[in-house]
Design a protein around this ligand. Structure first.
Ligand SMILES: C[S@@+](CC[C@H](N)C(=O)[O-])C[C@H]1O[C@@H](n2cnc3c(N)ncnc32)[C@H](O)[C@@H]1O
Length: 431
């Protein structure tokens, strides 16, 4: 396996610099761990094995697993120079073909599973035509539209960490992993939701830009496992120094909570939602479907001036506009060729010939939309559309901002305002 750029991406091959491996091991040492076994499940050139062996004198066996034979060879050379080389074992193996329950089942406790699994998503792997994936990709059991729209997209490190968590459950063990922040939360949520024996979880922010030259929200996740434990909280620190007051995330009432104390403060507001929230319109082709009024005509996102009938043109508010406390007048419009999902669009040709010609002239872009939700749908199909999209009044909120601003939005020149799919709203008949 040669380290081309494509292979680097495909195998999430970003080796942890020794200085970071040492820093996280030093942080782990504050927990008074006394591991009998050290396991690195995608060990690369072995920096974590080396740093772990240096830090934890109690380790009697250190095992590394790695798919890339060149990395295994480098790790082997580095380990063989050590006096404690006899404690180490390297395996060239595919994570996805390894029986982790069995491998971990044979290890002496306490077990420290330490490392940095590949940072790559299944959809990125799909684009690269890679097979470095678990056999069953839809492992969170998303179905229907969610599986198609990308909600089912996942980091392969998430899949890997969940396999490890399952193998560590009810053992005396510590999982200590560098990963994306979202992956850490999802893995903890999986363990908490499934009643696993976890305690003392912590998340530390890591400067991925500095260590990996990657613009990723990265963390070091630590979770201890102990038979009988049932802790459902994790402290979250800005960095490894623990200098800030930690935020506490957790799992209560069947919900993953970003801030436990805020939840306790506001829990009395929780209840059954009587309104049905809807999302804005999804078209995946803003350059064609979103335009601005210019005199009696429109300018699209490609800079073209076009003439359209009013029939399918609606005033629109972008999510960014909704996020502002006061929305100014907007000259934006959206072309909405369907009133409900899957409605036939052929009638547009007679009802609004200019609009039809405009859509036809951009058929290549509209038919070329990558998402498979548009496959086998009428020409120019959109999603997130229904009677509710055309309700005259809406209470809307942008999905982009942490500050919650609920905006009442009424018709403009007698036409209902529509939103893009990053906004959410409750449709209303009156104001
Ligand atoms: C982010 S790097 C980290 C390497 C090492 N753990 C470290 O921290 O320096 C991810 C490693 O996972 C390895 N890898 C990717 N896919 C794998 C698979 N299916 N099985 C085993 N190792 C894999 C890559 O070759 C790479 O060495």
């Amino acid at each position: 396996m040669v380290g081309t750029g494509k292979q680097k991406a495909e195998y999430g091959d970003f080796q942890t610099p020794m200085v970071l491996a040492q820093a996280v091991c030093a942080r782990l040492a504050h927990r008074a761990l006394q591991p009998a076994t050290l396991l690195e499940p995608t060990c690369g050139i072995g920096n974590f094995l080396l740093a772990g062996l240096d830090q934890f004198q109690t380790v009697g066996a250190a095992i590394g697993v790695e798919i890339n034979p060149a990395h295994v060879q480098r790790a082997s050379q580095a380990l063989h120079q050590r006096q404690d080389a006899h404690k180490t074992r390297l395996m060239q193996a595919d994570f996805f073909a390894t029986d982790w329950k069995r491998l971990i089942g044979d290890l002496a406790e306490p077990i420290l599973v330490l490392g940095n699994p590949p940072w790559v998503t299944n959809s990125e792997l799909g684009t690269l035509g890679s097979r470095n994936l678990p056999v069953k990709s839809n492992f969170q059991k998303h179905d229907g539209l969610d599986a198609l729209t990308g909600k089912a997209n996942f980091d392969i490190s998430e899949w890997m960490l969940i396999r490890l968590v399952e193998a560590l459950n009810h053992r005396r063990a510590t999982l200590a992993m560098l990963c994306k922040a979202a992956t850490a939360r999802k893995v903890l949520c999986y363990a908490w939701r499934n009643g696993m024996a976890v305690e003392r979880s912590v998340i530390y922010g890591i400067d991925a830009e500095r260590h990996f030259d990657a613009a990723v929200d990265a963390v070091f996740l630590i979770a201890d496992f102990r038979p009988g434990a049932a802790d459902r909280q994790a402290r979250v620190y800005r960095d490894l120094t623990e200098a800030n007051e930690p935020k506490i995330i957790g799992y209560e009432d069947g919900i993953l909570l970003a801030d436990i104390s805020a939840y306790h403060r506001w829990r009395h507001l929780c209840g059954t939602e009587t309104f049905q929230w809807r999302s804005g319109i999804k078209h995946d082709c803003a350059k064609v479907m979103e335009l601005r009024r210019e005199g009696g005509k429109y300018r699209n996102g490609l800079g073209q001036i076009v003439e359209l009938e009013n029939t399918f043109v609606y005033p629109m508010l972008k999510s960014s506009g909704l996020g502002k406390a006061q929305q100014g007048p907007s000259n934006r419009v959206m072309l909405v060729p369907q009133r409900r999902v899957s409605e036939d669009t052929a009638h547009i040709e007679h009802e609004a010939p200019k609009t039809w010609r405009y859509l036809q002239s951009h058929a290549d872009r509209l038919c070329g939309r990558a998402s498979s939700i548009y496959r086998d749908r009428p020409c120019f199909a959109i999603f997130g559309v229904g009677d509710y999209s055309f309700a005259p009044w809406k209470v809307a909120i942008s999905g982009f901002y942490k500050r919650l601003i609920f905006a009442p939005v009424g018709p403009v020149e007698g036409r209902p305002v529509v939103f893009d799919d990053t906004s959410y709203f409750v449709p209303c008949e009156t104001c």
